[in-house]
Design a protein around this ligand. Structure first.
Ligand SMILES: [Mn+2]
Length: 293
């Protein structure tokens, strides 16, 4: 019997006939949020993004093609390792290493921002020369937080242990020590407010190598558009600016991996979930653009 009008399959963007072999992008949902210090709930982020994403129109009128044609495969959700954040980071790194070895681009759906560490660990182990471009309201530069070096507040400190080329964008919350130590690798929100999106993209481009890993903590966005985060800092970026800037930076660059983290869905408020899903789709589209011709 043929079933008519069936719902889209449960995978990122609700794609029919997924094939791992043919996919350029492999999605790894990581429902993990054990080190959160304020609001929790980002373990529900991957599911909310996937559910929202099944309603996205696959054709992009902006790009003039369907980014899904690049081939996107969604893996099963990665089971959390509850023995501690370091073990979880290593578990993520093992999975991401497999994706990279297969010649594909990993796209992680958090979960808390710590998931980025596993992805960067795998990429660093693969030995490529690359930069980490970091969008976040917070600098995440603490050496240790709440007795853990793997807290969400230490993400960039740990990433700097693995990758020397990093650049943080949209920061509007940093401790004094981090401010004096890391400001040369940070574009602060206070300075971005007087810059056009094009200027911001050009400024970022000076700090980012050809191969780029992009980590997006959704709290980089203004809470008016993105209230569903653990620590909503006021005065953030607009969604359209983020898209313009990503588009500018990715021209002539190769996206070697990305994560979209920290979505803690609020029941009944769908717009932030949909925003996160659309951001994932735009990112795939922009990353595909350079490799299509
Ligand atoms: Mn943050």
């Amino acid at each position: 019997m043929q079933i008519l009008n069936s719902a889209a399959p449960y995978n990122l963007f609700g794609l029919e006939d997924q094939s791992y072999e043919k996919a350029k992008f492999v999605v790894l949902p990581v429902p993990y949020d054990s080190t959160m210090s304020y609001g929790s709930g980002s373990r529900d982020g991957p599911d909310a993004i996937i559910r929202a994403s099944r309603h996205i129109e696959l054709y992009s009128e902006e790009l003039g093609f369907s980014p899904a044609d690049a081939g996107i495969y969604t893996l099963e959700q990665l089971e959390p390792d509850v023995s501690g954040p370091e073990a979880m980071v290593k578990r993520i790194a093992r999975e991401v290493s497999i994706i990279i070895d297969d010649g594909k681009v990993p796209l992680l759906l958090g979960g808390e921002h710590t998931v980025a560490l596993g992805a960067v660990m795998a990429i660093a182990n693969a030995g490529d020369d690359f930069s980490v471009l970091h969008f976040d309201a917070h600098s995440d530069s603490r050496e240790e937080f709440m007795n853990s070096k793997y807290s969400h507040a230490c993400v960039m400190a740990r990433i700097r242990d693995m990758c020397k080329s990093t650049y943080s964008v949209g920061v509007r919350s940093i401790d004094e020590q981090g401010y004096s130590k890391y400001s040369k690798d940070i574009l602060y929100m206070k300075d971005m407010r007087s810059m056009s999106d094009k200027m911001i993209a050009e400024s970022i481009s000076k700090h980012v190598k050809k191969n780029v890993y992009i980590t997006i903590d959704l709290d980089v966005l203004d809470p008016s558009e993105m209230p569903s985060v653990g620590t909503p800092e006021p005065g953030g970026m607009r969604y359209t600016s983020l898209i313009n800037i990503l588009s500018g930076v990715l021209k002539g660059r190769k996206l070697i991996g990305a994560d979209i983290s920290e979505l803690a869905p609020i029941p009944g408020i769908r717009a932030p979930d949909y925003l996160a899903a659309k951001l994932a789709y735009e990112l795939v589209g922009m990353a595909t653009l350079g490799t299509r011709k």
